[in-house]
Design a protein around this ligand. Structure first.
Ligand code: ATP
Length: 459
């Protein structure tokens, strides 16, 4: 039996919809398969996750430079990267129920992971499915179409005159923006190899089997960096990023038992090493991020297809060479999902009450602090506190309902501190601060509040 998370996906999806984290895309039109919109609480969580990643991997990483490249790129980029020729998956349709599947997934699921379809030809996969009478996981029939290659790149077109349109692609990965800018960044920043270029941005893949909420979607955001180094230092860089990638997740309070490394069984012909970090999602262990040793493949291909030299000139040795690339890439939305699953808790309180609480790392919490006047006639003072704190932090102001109910609402969206303004506050300029996790309360001077909160929410 595969291990499972305690929390179910249904609970996460419901909480997300009801509490303003994530809504189904185009909801009033019945949705649009596997698109999701981040709501007011979710956008804060996701932005905080992206900020934490950027802080760790750009701000605090010497020799790492950020970029924000265009989503639409010259189509030759995708010829050079191999996507126009090879970026497709083997799909089979069930003729009985019309559900669509990836042939390799059917084989791996049927054999409970004992048979890997990596490296099988379409004929070999069809033969395995026929020999083993692999049935449709949806309706149980054995009634398949032959395998067809399903293109994963979204096409669109540009051009102003009807009939004279050129196909362009929505990028299926962000890293090509770093490769094509390798020399621009190197020259403008006077960067010396080894150095890395990092980016956070949207990618688009026409996935055959999207699903599991925001785990696999057709539009998603990647946070990734490409380290350009000498071949002889590349394995050290690879091991280093494995450690850093893991440490980042642990520092976000992901429990070590929910993470594991998974080495790729079969490597792309150019790759020298590749591994993923898996997270224990509610549906089982699955990829959260990847670390790949990509040799000199990417820059060599761009040199070949663009006709421009991609070589780096070492200013000390005068040696000219094409750097080796080590890639570290993590899906922002997959990390949002992992963080939501990890933070979710249902606690029984003294007296038998239960509360749902999201134990986010305070740096990731959508709101850092909620300001709650004990009674409505304290709102003037409470508004002053809100005005003070909202200069520094995302704050919520809530004066509706009993204080207990208001605490529960903040627990559900993971607000680490609730500040209660009461009648004593009018006399002595102090407030009560309640800690989300311990539920302990302490009296703090209004003048000290900003520092009190700031030092507890750093990452
Ligand atoms: P998978 O095997 O899950 O399809 P991949 O190996 O193709 O992923 P990469 O191309 O290495 O993924 O992309 C890097 C990261 O981007 C992944 O580790 C994942 O976190 C994220 N990612 C990839 N595809 C999707 C998707 N369709 N939806 C959401 N996130 C994705």
């Amino acid at each position: 039996m595969e291990e499972k998370q305690k929390v179910t996906m249904d609970k996460i999806v419901n909480l997300c919809k009801n509490r303003g984290f994530i809504f189904p895309g185009s909801d009033i039109y019945g949705g649009m398969g596997n698109t999701w919109d981040y709501g007011p609480i979710g956008v804060e969580l996701k932005n905080n996750i992206k900020r934490a990643w950027w802080k760790r991997f750009v701000q605090e990483s010497p020799n790492t430079y950020g970029v924000d490249a265009a989503i639409l790129m010259n189509p030759k980029v995708w010829d050079a990267s191999g996507h126009t020729q090879n970026f497709s998956d083997p799909k089979m349709d069930c003729k009985s129920c019309k559900e669509r599947f990836r042939a390799d997934n059917l084989i791996e699921e049927h054999s409970h992971g004992n048979v890997s379809a990596e490296g099988m030809t379409n004929e070999q996969m069809e033969k395995y499915i026929a020999d083993n009478k692999v049935k449709c996981p949806h309706c149980g029939n054995f009634n398949w179409t032959p395998i067809r290659q399903f293109k994963l790149m979204f096409e669109t077109s540009r051009g102003t005159v009807d009939g004279e349109k050129d196909i362009v692609y929505l990028r299926p990965e962000t890293c090509q923006g770093e490769y094509v800018n390798f020399l621009n960044v190197q020259r403008s920043m006077r960067a010396k190899v080894p150095f890395a270029i990092a980016q956070i941005g949207k990618s688009f893949r026409n996935e055959i089997t999207p699903g599991n909420f925001i785990f696999r979607t057709i539009e998603f955001e990647q946070m990734e960096l490409q380290m350009f180094c000498r071949e002889e230092n590349s394995f050290e860089a690879y091991e280093n990023y494995k450690k850093q990638a893991q440490q980042f997740l642990l520092d976000l309070n992901i429990c070590p038992e929910h993470l594991k490394f998974h080495d790729h069984e079969k490597l792309a012909f150019y790759a020298k090493a590749a591994c993923d970090i898996f997270y224990l999602f509610p549906m089982g262990w699955n990829e959260l991020n990847g670390i790949h040793h990509r040799s000199t493949h990417d820059l060599s291909r761009h040199q070949e297809f663009s006709g421009k030299s991609m070589a780096y000139l070492d200013p000390v040795t005068n040696e000219k060479f094409i750097p080796t690339v080590v890639e570290y890439s993590i899906g922002a939305d997959r990390l949002v999902l992992a963080i939501l699953c990890e933070a979710y808790d249902e606690e029984t309180l003294e007296g038998g009450d239960t509360r749902v609480v999201m134990h986010f790392h305070p740096a990731l919490a959508p709101f850092k602090v909620a300001i709650l006047p004990l009674q409505k006639n304290l709102s003037e003072k409470a508004r002053e506190v809100y005005a003070l704190l909202s200069k520094q932090f995302m704050c919520e102001y809530d004066e509706a309902g009993s204080i207990g109910k208001r605490y529960r609402r903040e627990d559900e969206i993971g607000t680490p501190y609730c500040v209660t303004v009461d009648f004593d506050s009018l006399e002595d300029d102090t407030v009560t601060v309640r800690d989300r996790d311990s539920m302990k309360q302490e009296r703090v001077k209004i003048d000290d509040l900003t520092d009190y909160i700031a030092k507890r929410i750093t990452f």
